[in-house]
Write a protein that binds this ligand. Structure first.
Ligand SMILES: [Zn+2]
Length: 122
């Protein structure tokens, strides 16, 4: 949805740039016989497109980024908590060094003592 708005904003910007560029071309190449009404319309389209297009694209882009972050936060998360050191041998233990013997049970890699692991979901 928002990707479409980003593209629409960029297209409006592009049209604005082209209209502005066309009006400048008219001003510098054909000033004697130029159609001032058409020139005014092109300049207005150019100014509005350049002014509004990027704003639409940026707002849509930021909105879609915020929506993605909100979606990520609503995913269920889980947290493992374990002691910093093995209470048997005193070795520092990390989540990746543990020997897992069950979904919530692990052993110290140095002395094989059981390490209490708690898993919390939120
Ligand atoms: Zn140990």
């Amino acid at each position: 949805m928002n990707q479409g708005r980003v593209v629409a904003g960029l297209v409006v910007t592009l049209i604005g740039v082209l209209a502005f560029w066309a009006s400048m071309q008219m001003l510098f190449t054909d000033i004697l016989s130029m159609d001032w009404a058409l020139w005014t319309i092109l300049l207005v389209i150019g100014s509005v497109g350049i002014g509004v297009g990027p704003v639409v694209a940026i707002v849509a882009y930021v909105k879609s980024t915020v929506e993605q972050q909100t979606w990520a936060q609503t995913e269920p998360q889980q947290v493992y908590s374990l002691p910093q050191r093995c209470k048997e041998c005193g070795s520092e233990i990390g989540l990746h060094h543990l020997e897992w013997i069950g979904p919530d049970e692990a052993r110290c890699p140095y002395c094989s003592a059981a390490v209490p692991v708690r898993r919390t979901g939120f």
